[in-house]
Design a protein around this ligand. Sequence first.
Ligand SMILES: [Zn+2]
Length: 338
Amino acid sequence: MPFDAILGQSKAHTYLKMLARTQQVPGAFLFYGPDGVGKAKTALEFAKALNCQDPLSRQQGDSCGVCASCKAIEQGTHPDVTFADFIYQARLEVKKDFSSKGYQEELEKEIAKQQHINVDTIREITAKSQQKPVGTGWKVLIIDQAQTMQTAAANALLKFIEEPPQKTVWILITNKRTAMLKTILSRCQPLGFAPLQDQQVLQILQQTDTPVEYPDLCARYSGGSVSGALKADQALTLLSAAEFGPNGADAAGPSAVSAGLSRTLVSSRQEAGAILDVLTQALHHAWLNATTDTHKQQYQQTLIRFQNYKRSLTRNVSPALVVETALMSLDGLKVSVF
Ligand SMILES: [Zn+2]
């Protein structure tokens, strides 16, 4: 069954299946929880369940995954289901025709620039919410990264989520519930998504044939999320390519690691953050297992320093410099990453 194909969120799924079965669906949801735990996938599965053409699946509040409606939702072509994220927004902003030369390049540049779901995008989706549905099922409007909406965008959305037309449901997705405006929060039914277990992350990586170099390790450093696992794998690959040895800092390590970072600021900042996250977890592990007070103290002080390095990445500092300084500050301290 398609809901079951998303691992680790059975509580949310049982609830959504019950709603789809009884067709008692609130006008607006807020799916909240860490990145990479299946919130967006679940929103799309819910859209499938509400629109599935297979009677048996509908009886169970689930979707078949193979009817025309399920397939269209999977491919992003269902006229009554909108999934708005930074890619969707970037597509609206690219002026070129999608079949013209250089479109893909321009789209990628535009995606990298996105920081907020903006008011024009919200207006585009709210207009869709008012149009008559094409099919006989439900209109489903999904907004990912909803916490990035600024006041104008959030205000443009308010009255539409408050009183959506019949058989219309809004799903706002966020990784930071506390960053959402109260006026939005009070109009949405919250549904929480928990971090995954390491074993579930590993299983998802294996099932989806995601090419990762260190599956077990990146599941361990994933923080219970698939996107966390992918970031950890990126960090581990960079650390190992620079021969940042199994026992922490060595002479060539720090500068070689920072030299391996991407050239663009957005990517290198992300990679630097991933490296600091992996090292922080390894330091935390070392701190827990330290046998003497002196060692415990050393690890504790290093952990505090690493918190500051992580924070400095959000400021106007070179990510390569931050990584190099952080690695050098380990200064012979034993940290097992691999
Ligand atoms: Zn179906």
